[in-house]
Design a binder for this molecule. Structure first.
Ligand SMILES: C=Cc1c2[nH]c(c1C)Cc1[nH]c(c(CCC(=O)O)c1C)Cc1[nH]c(c(C)c1CCC(=O)O)Cc1[nH]c(c(C)c1C=C)C2
Length: 606
């Protein structure tokens, strides 16, 4: 069995790469849920027959992966319930949000710049959902596979305090590299961790910074973990929630008293739901997964945008799908009278269109602002996002970089004098996907720019990126091509209290819309591309199986129907979200009291 499909083998792979960056999907266990085919249940559901669905697509602020959730939700609907009319509303004139590949002609031929995400990780359960989608979209021949043996897969760096530090690739190499500036205090922190006191019982959440400092030490938090959080959330370690980002470790402290003990003793990598998802998708994906064996990340020959373009193409060909591009939504209301209960008004019109159900993939506060004041949710409004300035540079000289690898991150602890541009990290694009010259992407801003009223223009952005590269990598050459994009509010931040706020949002949506308005997308359960695709699939399948859903059910404090036992022998109330794991702080397998994603009722083949 292929390792990507085989949870046992997969577990071993995951364990062996404890300190490598990856993302693991933790999702609701399916205990107690009979897995019956649900394909036709939409016609008979007691809680609300699904007669028509509006999918609110492209984000009203720009989100890294927002557009893909709406496209995916519409696509899953069109596949699983081809008789239900679906209308996809997109604010922009193009589909796909920020899966946005820009092609620029040069003397070296066409150079592709990725303005948002650029590569996809295949080997989590959520990764398999994306692979399954790719197979169904007939995109396999377009794939570019990056082997696990390439420097881009193996080498990651942190710039600290004034030089590049190559990160250890295994627990053993952590022991062997105590002299790296960035590893200072790491070993002592790890050794002391099992002896630390548990948190007080009344502490319901805290920042990752506080959690890691308390369990390990401040050096590890500020030098290592803060860099990792820059590389996923462009976020602030002192604001992001430990409970939401590291549910497994949050629970491990409570139950085992130690994160390290838990990491070393807990053999189960994935939840039951992940394993069920793998099982559902197994048969159809043996071929593609076999071909992808040994892949670290992948993209497409014509750039990452190929995925959204293929989804859009199929949607255009689906007779049940209507796409409204450039749609300006006015408001969304719930009407209690006879007929379809959800009214959507487009800007400029006062004649609403009615639907039985709506799936919103909008940024949470954007959705909230479209609701009538009486039905608004302060918790949806509270979700914050950060803005990232993405600058792509192409140099005609090959191999300009002093090291080979995926790129480097800059932790919060680097003094302002070494990073006045507020760079978060630099991606070595041409080390991942070869190009004739050297291609890099500099990412700046993120949490450092929260509350900022104005941003650098394109010219200034390129100048700043070049200054970063000169200072950190000694690259003085003038780039042949540049491209700067300001990704406004592109990554939602799961700050302290996120879980509790989403539980409240669930109650608000349920009270106001009776499960006719469901939410999905990166505001809630994971910011990565795989998270968004899987979230869309889960919401669609949950809706088709139950007829009503907020999408935030998993955040409810008690979910007794989802009781299961972890390998630790503790009761697990639910499943968990896609959660990042990086640099020796693995959040793999988190059977915990954390909140779940939406129920995914199995439909074989999807
Ligand atoms: C420098 C900033 C950023 C880099 N990438 C992102 C930012 C803000 C955005 C980003 N990166 C990841 C995700 C989530 C999952 C996904 O869709 O792949 C997002 C939204 C993945 C990621 N990147 C790094 C880590 C540790 C992870 C999580 C797990 C994994 O994929 O391995 C590290 C990393 N990111 C950047 C660099 C330069 C870097 C490491 C050297 C750029």
């Amino acid at each position: 069995m292929h390792p990507m499909l085989n949870p046992q083998r997969h577990r071993l792979l995951m364990l062996s790469s404890l300190s490598r960056a990856s993302s693991i999907c933790f999702s609701r266990t399916t205990h107690g849920h009979p897995r019956t085919p649900q394909r036709h249940l939409h016609r008979t559901t007691p809680t609300g027959t699904i007669e028509s669905v509006a999918v609110l697509g492209s984000p009203y602020t720009s989100c890294m992966c927002g557009g893909i959730t709406g496209l995916s939700a519409a696509w899953y609907l069109s596949k699983l319930a081809p008789s239900i009319p679906v209308t996809l509303y997109e604010k922009l004139d193009r589909l796909g949000g920020w899966l946005n590949t820009k092609r620029v002609e040069s003397e070296d031929g066409t150079i592709q710049f990725e303005q948002g995400p650029r590569t996809i990780r295949p080997w989590t359960a959520s990764g398999l959902v994306t692979i399954d989608m790719i197979r169904q979209l007939d995109l396999e021949k377009e794939l570019i596979l990056i082997s696990k043996n390439t420097p881009a897969a193996k080498n990651r760096f942190i710039y600290f305090p004034d030089r590049l530090n190559q990160l250890p690739s295994s627990l053993l190499s952590v022991l062997l590299s105590p002299n790296l500036p960035v590893m200072k205090g790491v070993l002592t922190g790890i050794l002391a961790e099992p002896f630390r006191k548990r948190r007080p019982a009344d502490l319901t959440d805290e920042s990752v910074g506080s959690f890691v400092s308390r369990r390990f030490n401040k050096a590890l938090a500020n030098n290592l973990v803060s860099a990792g959080l820059h590389g996923i959330y462009a976020g602030d370690i002192d604001q992001l929630s430990a409970k939401s980002l590291f549910p497994r470790f949050w629970t491990a402290e409570e139950h085992q008293g130690s994160l390290m003990k838990s990491a070393l003793s807990n053999k189960i990598i994935e939840t039951e739901d992940d394993q069920t998802t793998r099982a559902e998708l197994h048969d159809d994906n043996v071929g593609i997964c076999t071909r992808m064996e040994g892949t670290s990340v992948y993209s497409f020959k014509n750039g990452i945008e190929a995925l959204s373009l293929a989804l859009a193409r199929e949607l255009r060909e689906s007779p049940n799908v209507t796409i409204k591009l450039g749609a300006k939504l006015g408001n969304i209301d719930y009407v209690k009278t006879q007929g379809l209960p959800i009214n959507i008004t487009e800007g400029g019109s006062n004649k609403p269109v009615s639907y039985s159900h709506v799936i919103s993939t909008l940024f949470a506060p954007s959705l909230n602002s479209l609701l009538p004041t009486t039905l608004r949710s302060p918790s949806l409004a509270s979700v914050q996002a950060v803005t990232v300035l993405v600058v792509n540079l192409y140099y005609r000289t090959p191999n300009l970089l002093p090291v080979q690898g995926f790129g480097y991150l800059i932790p919060k602890s680097v003094p302002g004098s070494e990073n006045p541009e507020k760079a978060l990290g630099v991606i070595f694009d041409s080390d991942t996907i070869p190009s004739p010259g050297t291609k890099v992407t500099v990412m700046m801003g993120g949490h450092y720019w929260q509350g900022r009223a104005s941003y650098p223009d394109k010219h200034e952005a390129v100048k700043m990126a070049r200054t970063v590269l000169r200072r950190h990598l000694r690259i003085a050459e003038t780039p042949a091509l540049t491209n700067a994009t300001l990704q406004r509010d592109c990554i939602p931040q799961y700050t302290v209290g996120h879980d509790e706020r989403m539980e409240n949002a669930h109650e608000d949506l349920l009270t106001g819309f009776k499960g006719r308005l469901s939410v999905a997308g990166n505001s809630y359960l994971g910011v990565g591309l795989n998270d968004c695709v899987r979230n869309a699939r889960d919401v669609v399948k949950g809706l088709l199986s139950g007829g009503s859903l907020t999408g935030l059910e998993g955040f409810k404090a008690e979910s007794p129907t989802f009781a299961a036992h972890s390998s630790l022998g503790q009761t697990v109330r639910n499943t968990i979200r896609q959660t990042p794991r990086f640099y020796g702080i693995s959040t793999r397998n988190t059977p915990s009291t954390q909140k779940s994603r939406v129920t995914a009722i199995a439909n074989k083949g999807m």
